[in-house]
Ligand binder design. Structure first.
Ligand code: GAL
Length: 650
C-alpha cells in the first residue's frame, strides 16, 4: 500500500482538536502525516533546552490510529532567540540588506554559527526519535534554496567565495587569465580583491557570475550534506531520509542532482498553480517537473506537498476546479510518484499562510476537497504495484547547471526563458504521450534512442564526443540554438565556427545570429519533405549554412532568405537535428513524430488536453488517462468528464 497522507501542523491548533483531527485524517484514508518541519522553537524554546514532549504526545495519538510519520528537521525556520543572539546568521540580499527575522529560510548557509545550532537541533531531534517505529522517514529542512534563499551576499559568503576561488584556481594569474580580467582593467592582484556580484554599473564578468553560481551551489549542498550526514548517523534503521524539492528548479543556483544524491528518495512539492496565477501552468510543464524529479535519482519519487486548495501568501489566484487537483495527482502518479501527501490538512487562521487553503478550510467542514482526496486515496491504494513499477523512457531531455547559469547571467534575448526553451522541445514529445526522462548530461545515454539537447550553449569536448557517439550508434540528437557557444569557463572560443564542438555532427555552420524578442516572429518555409509547410521563429535565430545537412526550413525575410533555420544530418547510423531558434509548435510536432516513427517508438495521439501515460507491470499494461480540460473529451471511443483522472487496465 502506498503512503498517502497530509501535511499536518498539530501545533497550530488547540490540544482538544488533535484527536478529532487525527480521526478526520484517518477517515480520509490516510496512513501518514508529515510534521515538525517548522517547529524548532517548540522543540528548543530556549537555547539548549530541548523538549520534544509536545510531539511525543501527538505521535502517540497518531499511533493509536495506525498513522505513520515523516518528520521534518526544523532548520528552515529558526527560533527568534537565535537570530536575536546571533544576528550574523541572517543572510543578506543583493543590495546588502540583512533579511530580518520574520519570514523563513533567511539564514546564511555559510554561517558556522547557524550550522552549529542547526546541527545540534537536527541531532537531538533524530536521537530522540531514532527508535520510534511510527516515524518512517526524515525530511531535511524544507525546500532548500527556495524563495531566493539560495542567494546571500554577506561578508561570510564573500570570504568563503575567496576561499572557493583560491582553491579552484590556486594562483591569481590563472584566475585573471581564465576570466579575462584584462577587460575593463579588472585584473586582481590577490583573491581578496574579488567582489561578490552585488549591484554594479552595467554587468559583472560572466566567468565570475558562473563561479558565483557554482559557489552558491556548493554552499547549499554542503549544508544539506552535513545535515543529512547527521540524520543518517543517528536515525533508526527503519527510517529513510529525503528532502522536498520545490518548483522553479532551473531558476536556482544549486545543482539539484548533487543536492539529493545522499537521499533515499526524492520528494517533490507539486503546485501546478500558486500565488496570483490566473491559470495553472500548462499540462506539459507540470509533466516536465515530474520527469525532472524522477530523473534526479533515476527512480520513482514521493510528493510530500500536493496542492488541493488555492495557494499563496499575500496574493492568491485560481481555485482548482472540482476534480482538477485530483486529476493532477493522477498525472503525478502516472509520471512516477509512488507516495503522496497533500498540503495541508487544514488552512491556518493565523500567521503568514492564512490563504494557503488545505484539504479542509478554516470553517472546519469536511467538504468537496476532503471528499476528492478521500476518493483519490480509495482509488489509488489498490494500485501500489503500478506506482512502484519503474518507468523506461526512450527519449531523454538533457540539462546542465553550468549551462543554465551561463544563460541566467546573459539571457541574450529579451524573449529568452530557460524553462520555456526546455519546454519547447519537451512539449512535442509529451504531446505524443511517450515517456520522457529529464536528466543531467552526465548520465549514461546508451539506453535511450532520442536525446533532446535544448539551448546547450556550454558544451565541452566530453559532451560533444558523447553525443556524437550516441548518434553514430543509431541515436537521434535534437539541438536547438546557441549550441556549443561557450566553454566551461563561460567564455567564447577564438577561431571556432559555431556550433563549435558539434559542428561536424550538425553538418551546418552558423554564419550570423540575431536576437529576436518573444513577440518578434519570422516566417519560415519548409523544404524537401517539409515543402509546402511553414514555420515561425521567435526569441532567437541562428543563420545557418548547411554543409552536409539537409535543410528542413529556411528563412523567408529579405536579406537573409538564403539561410537555413532548421537542418537534419545523417551521422553514422543516427540523425542530428538543429533548430536554429525558438521554433513554433507545428513544425516541432512534425519533427517529433518523424523521430519517434523512425525509431519505431510507440506513441499515442490524443486530443489536445488529454494526456495518457502507459505503465507496464511485467506484461500488463495500465493506462493513466488525464483530461486536463474543463470540457468533455474523447479517448479511445470513451467520453471523459471534465478533469477526469483514472487508470485503465488494458
Ligand atoms: C511550499 C512550502 C510550504 C508552504 C506551501 C504553501 O512551498 O514548502 O511550507 O509554504 O508552499 O503553498
Amino acid at each position: 500500500m502506498p503512503y498517502l497522507g497530509v501535511d499536518y501542523y498539530p501545533e497550530h491548533w488547540p490540544d482538544e482538536m488533535i484527536k478529532e483531527d487525527i480521526k478526520g485524517i484517518k477517515d480520509l484514508g490516510a496512513n501518514i502525516v508529515r510534521m515538525g518541519e517548522f517547529a524548532w522553537h517548540l522543540m528548543e524554546p530556549e537555547e539548549g533546552m530541548f523538549d520534544f514532549s509536545y510531539f511525543d504526545s501527538v505521535i502517540s495519538a497518531l499511533k493509536e490510529q495506525g498513522i505513520k510519520i515523516m518528520f521534518g528537521t526544523p532548520t528552515a525556520t529558526f527560533p527568534a532567540w537565535l537570530a536575536h543572539k546571533y544576528p550574523s546568521i541572517l543572510s543578506e540580499n543583493e543590495d546588502g540588506q540583512v533579511r530580518v527575522f520574520g519570514g523563513r529560510r533567511q539564514y546564511c548557509f555559510n554561517s558556522e554559527l547557524y550550522r552549529k545550532y542547526a546541527a545540534m537541533i537536527t541531532k537531538r531531534l533524530t536521537e530522540h526519535y531514532a527508535d520510534e517505529p511510527a516515524i518512517i522517514s526524515w525530511q531535511i529542512d524544507n525546500e532548500l534554496g527556495h524563495e531566493g534563499s539560495d542567494q546571500c551576499y554577506c561578508e561570510k559568503c564573500h570570504e568563503q567565495f575567496h576561499r572557493y576561488l583560491k582553491n579552484k584556481y590556486q594562483s591569481i594569474d590563472t584566475l585573471n587569465e581564465t576570466w579575462g580580467t584584462i577587460f575593463w582593467g579588472q585584473t586582481y592582484n590577490n583573491f581578496n580583491e574579488i567582489p561578490v556580484p552585488k549591484q554594479t554599473i552595467t554587468t559583472h564578468n560572466p566567468s565570475l557570475k558562473l563561479d558565483w553560481a557554482r559557489f552558491r551551489s556548493n554552499s547549499i549542498n554542503s549544508f544539506t550534506h552535513e545535515m543529512t550526514g547527521i540524520v543518517r548517523k543517528v536515525k533508526g534503521e527503519h527510517q529513510t531520509v529525503t528532502t522536498n524539492v520545490s518548483g522553479g528548479f532551473f531558476d536556482k543556483s544549486f545543482d539539484h542532482e548533487e543536492n539529493v544524491k545522499k537521499m533515499d528518495f526524492v520528494s517533490y512539492d507539486n503546485y501546478p498553480v500558486w500565488g496570483g496565477l490566473e491559470q495553472p501552468i500548462e499540462p506539459a510543464s507540470i509533466a516536465m517537473t515530474h520527469d525532472f524529479n524522477r530523473g534526479l535519482l533515476n527512480k520513482n519519487y514521493w510528493i510530500v506537498e500536493e496542492l488541493m486548495g488555492a495557494q499563496g501568501h499575500d496574493v492568491i489566484g485560481y481555485l482548482p476546479r472540482p476534480n482538477q487537483a485530483k486529476m493532477w495527482s493522477y498525472q503525478a502518479f502516472a509520471h512516477g510518484c509512488s507516495d503522496m501527501l497533500y498540503f495541508r490538512w487544514r488552512g491556518m487562521t493565523k500567521g503568514a499562510e492564512q490563504f494557503c487553503y488545505g484539504v479542509v478550510d478554516h470553517d472546519n467542514q469536511y467538504g468537496r476537497k476532503y471528499k476528492e482526496v478521500q476518493s483519490l486515496f480509495e482509488e489509488i491504494k489498490e494500485n501500489d504495484h503500478v506506482l512502484q513499477s519503474p518507468i523506461k523512457a526512450d527519449v531523454a531531455v538533457l540539462y546542465d547547471y553550468d549551462n543554465i547559469w551561463s544563460w541566467k547571467g546573459q539571457v541574450q534575448s529579451k524573449g529568452f526563458d530557460f524553462n520555456e526553451e526546455l519546454l519547447r522541445l519537451y512539449r512535442p514529445f509529451y504531446k505524443l504521450n511517450t515517456p520522457i526522462d529529464v536528466i543531467p548530461t552526465n548520465r549514461d545515454l546508451s539506453n535511450y534512442r532520442v536525446v533532446v539537447v535544448p539551448v546547450m550553449q556550454v558544451v565541452d569536448r566530453h559532451l560533444s564526443q558523447k553525443l556524437e557517439q550516441f548518434a553514430e550508434t543509431g541515436g537521434t540528437v535534437l539541438f536547438s540554438y546557441r549550441t556549443g557557444l561557450k566553454d566551461r569557463d563561460n567564455n567564447l572560443r577564438l577561431g571556432e565556427i559555431l556550433p563549435g564542438p558539434v559542428r561536424e555532427m550538425v553538418g551546418a555552420r552558423v554564419e550570423e545570429i540575431e536576437s529576436l524578442t518573444g513577440a518578434h516572429k519570422l516566417k519560415l518555409t519548409g523544404k524537401g519533405e517539409f515543402a509546402h509547410t511553414y514555420g515561425e521563429i521567435s526569441v532567437w535565430r541562428d543563420l545557418l549554412v548547411a554543409e552536409e545537412a539537409d535543410v528542413l526550413y529556411e528563412y523567408s525575410d529579405n536579406f537573409y532568405n538564403q539561410y537555413a533555420a532548421v537542418t537534419q544530418n545523417n551521422v553514422g547510423k543516427g540523425m542530428v537535428y538543429y533548430i536554429g531558434g525558438g521554433l513554433n509548435e507545428e513544425p516541432l510536432d512534425r519533427i517529433a513524430k518523424n523521430i519517434l516513427s523512425s525509431h519505431g517508438i510507440t506513441f499515442i495521439e490524443t486530443p489536445e488536453n488529454v494526456e495518457v501515460y502507459e505503465r507496464l507491470v511485467e506484461k500488463e499494461s495500465y493506462i493513466f488517462v488525464m483530461n486536463h480540460s474543463g470540457s468533455l473529451q474523447l479517448y479511445d471511443g470513451e467520453e471523459l468528464e471534465p478533469y477526469t483522472g483514472k487508470i485503465i487496465k488494458k
